[in-house]
Design a protein around this ligand. Structure first.
Ligand SMILES: O=P(O)(O)OC[C@H]1O[C@H](O[C@H]2O[C@H](CO)[C@@H](O)[C@H](O)[C@H]2O)[C@H](O)[C@@H](O)[C@@H]1O
Length: 274
């Protein structure tokens, strides 16, 4: 595979964790670290409201903000949810709802204007889902999207997905499938790949950590940046899981065992980059 210029190091895929960090040390001040939230920084729970970052994650990210150019969380959760989980971190960029919302540092949340007219549709959709879907489905209303979960009732997968697809057709919404979930979103062009594509032009390197199929678009954005500029290097890291893990790992450069292991990995990264 084509070697690419990573400062003082020439890396050729596949590369090891040590090689990736050594190449990052040379340009830590130009490096952006992007993290997905659920299943990456936080272990999966049956109840989406109960989720918290894994041990060591908050301390490690806080320390990393001092040594890299930027740290950003890129999630399908609303910014308000992310801000609550990362309240102690004032220097982290938050991208919520696949980039329909963002907030930089402690600034106000900005919402993509084209998505706002879809709020009433989402309210109606969430009400209808609660009334029509079988018991065991968990309906998560997120203002500009609705997630239909079947983690605690996997036998409902086909029924929930078919109901969601039908509603998307009826209302003109887009569908994003994930780990035991189908999500309906406004027909507005925002995804994790677009967020990363817009955020990396001024960076010399970037790491993206993710566990779900929506994160593969973010990996692709790093690959595209690298193809356009051989002096840039992007490192795609999968977090293993029994549902989407194989697909995400196949698209990644490196795989980490779990969100808890990522906490350890980031703690080690602080020492390597400091
Ligand atoms: O982009 P992300 O930050 O990874 O968000 C993706 C979805 O994460 C949440 O659902 C997932 O985690 C839940 C809590 O652990 C779990 O119960 C569910 O099965 C997973 O799909 C979140 O609730 C969704 O809104 C996000 O779309």
């Amino acid at each position: 595979m084509r070697p690419y210029n990573s400062g003082n190091h020439q890396l050729t895929r596949p590369f090891s964790v040590d090689q990736a960090w050594n190449a990052t040390v040379d340009r830590a001040g130009q490096c952006v670290l992007f993290f997905d939230f659920d299943g990456t920084l936080a272990p999966v729970e049956d109840d989406p409201t109960a989720v918290q970052p894994a041990p060591k994650v908050l301390a490690a990210i806080e320390a990393l903000t001092e040594v890299v150019q930027r740290v950003a969380i890129v999630s399908a959760r609303p910014v308000e949810f992310l801000r609550d989980r990362f309240a102690s971190l004032t220097d982290v960029d938050l991208y919520g709802l696949y980039g329909l919302e963002h907030s930089h540092g402690s600034a106000e949340t900005v919402t993509e204007p084209a998505a706002l007219p879809w709020v009433p549709t989402m309210v109606e959709l969430a009400e209808r889902a609660r009334a029509e879907l079988p018991e065991g489905t968990l309906v998560e209303y997120k203002r500009l999207s609705v997630a239909l979960h079947y983690r605690t009732a996997p036998e409902l997968a086909a029924a929930v997905e078919s109901w969601g697809q039908a509603q998307a057709g009826r209302l003109g919404l887009r569908v994003q499938c994930g780990r035991m979930v189908i999500e309906l979103k406004p027909p507005v062009d925002r995804d994790k790949g677009m967020v990363i594509g817009e955020a990396v032009p001024s960076a010399g390197c970037a790491w993206y950590f993710g566990d779900d199929v929506s994160d593969i678009k973010a990996f692709a954005a790093l690959r595209a940046r690298e193809a356009a500029d051989p002096s840039f290097f992007g490192i795609c890291v999968a977090v293993a899981n029994p549902e989407t893990g194989q697909e995400v790992s196949t698209a990644a450069d490196l795989t980490i065992e779990s969100p808890e292991a990522l906490g350890d990995f980031l703690t080690e990264a602080v020492h390597r980059l400091s």
